[in-house]
Each structure stands twice: as C-alpha cells, then as structure tokens.
Design a protein around this ligand. Structure first.
Ligand code: PRP
Ligand code: URA
Length: 206
C-alpha cells in the first residue's frame, strides 16, 4: 500500500530541501525535522501490548510496543533519516545496507550489509530519501527478507510512480510511505522535480 503524507509542515520543509541554493546544514536540519514527522505517522498503528502499571493514584493498564523496531538506512543517503527516527523511537536498533546505483545502467550494487539479531521478530523500517527506479530499495528489501524479516515498511522522502510500481511488483507485502510523489524520472534517472542527488546534498560531496 502507498501512503503519501499530506501535512503542511512536511510540504513546507520539503520545499526548503528542494531548493538548489539550500545549504548542506539547512538540508540536514529539515530532513531531521521531516524524519520525525514521518516516524510519528508510520508508527501510528504498530502493535501494542497491555501492561499493568501503578500511577501515583492507582493501579491501571498501560501500553508498550509489542515488537522491536529495526531501522535500516540504505547508505549513504538513507542515514539522513535515522537521527529523526531515533529521536522518536530511541529503543530502535539500526541495521545498515550499503547500495549505490550505477550512474549509467541505474542498476543497484550492494557493498555492505550488517543487521541486528531478531530481524524475524522485528518491524523493519527501511529508509532512503529517494525512490527513483526503485532498484535500490527493492534490492535492500530482498536482502532484509533473507534475514527472515516478515514486516517491512519502506519510508522515502520523494518517490515517483516508476519506483512505487517496482516495489509494488517485487514486494507487494511492503507498505510504502512517501512525503511526496513527484512527476517522473528524467533521461538520466533523476526525480523531476526532485531535490537532486540526496547523498551529495546531505554530505556536501557536490
Ligand atoms: C540514491 C538514493 C537511493 C537511490 C535511488 O543513492 O539515495 O538509494 O539513489 O535510486 P533508485 O531508486 O533508482 O535505485 P545513490 O546510488 O546515489 O547512493 P548514495 O546514497 O551513496 O549517494
Ligand atoms: N537518487 C538521488 O539521489 N536523486 C534522484 O533524483 C534519483 C536517485
């Protein structure tokens, strides 16, 4: 299922990120803020269990998360969403998967993967600012499924219909959440209007 978050603050902050003259510092600051808002939205319905607690007044029933949460940023740019998510879910464990996209073929190439234990018992949230052809996210999810993960959410800032279709075809069980659904890919595989190369803008490697 695809969810495109419709939130005034997200639209405002993403507009700042999209602008070509936004500095690396302001780009990351807005990404942190959007990540927090996205974390709040995508965790809305995660399972809870009831626990008995005692308030200063009486015994009552409270709630705690019923499953571990694992964040898996797709390196490099996916790292940019981790700080915001961790602010909201401080108990989350972090896995890493390194994938870069060949500039000519647009095919994904994996160069690193390390995950925490118990992937099969966790809710896994894959983060990447950009869902372009969908090749990188699809490859990451394939790897994560090999570790036994059953419940996987994909959270990207900006996507296009091509990338969404690729994930829906390869991984129909994965829910996709975007901050914006853009128009299309250009002839070199960049999102239009997009925000440019997310990794370069985030890490200042332009
Ligand atoms: C970017 C982005 C995604 C990928 C999206 O990473 O962060 O991972 O491209 O493209 P796709 O949907 O067509 O696969 P990139 O390969 O530029 O690596 P980087 O994060 O290290 O800059
Ligand atoms: N990767 C990016 O960083 N930006 C795009 O527009 C497409 C892929």
């Amino acid at each position: 299922m695809l969810t495109v978050l419709d939130h005034a603050l997200i639209k405002h902050k993403l507009t700042i990120m999209r602008q070509a003259d936004t500095s690396t510092y302001i780009f990351k600051q807005n990404l942190d803020e959007i990540a927090k808002l996205m974390a709040y939205e995508v965790t809305r319905n995660i399972p809870l269990k009831e626990i008995p607690i005692r308030t200063p007044i009486c015994d009552t029933t409270g709630y705690e998360l019923d499953q571990k949460i694992v964040l898996v940023p797709i390196l490099r740019a996916g790292i940019g969403l981790v700080d915001g998510f961790r602010d909201i879910i401080p108990t989350a464990k972090i896995g890493h998967i390194g994938i870069f996209r060949d500039e000519k073929t647009l095919e994904p190439h994996e160069y690193f993967a390390k995950f925490p234990k118990d992937m099969d018992k966790s809710i896994v949230i894959v983060t990447d600012p950009m869902l372009a052809t969908g090749g990188s996210a699809s490859a990451a999810i394939t790897n994560i499924k090999k570790r036994g993960a059953q419940k996987i959410l994909l959270v990207c800032l900006v996507g296009v219909p091509e990338g969404v279709a690729r994930i829906e075809q390869d991984h129909p069980d994965v829910d996709i959440t975007l901050a914006a659904l853009d128009e299309k890919l250009n002839e070199v595989g960049y999102i239009v209007p997009g925000l440019g190369d997310a990794g370069d803008r985030l890490f200042g490697t332009i």
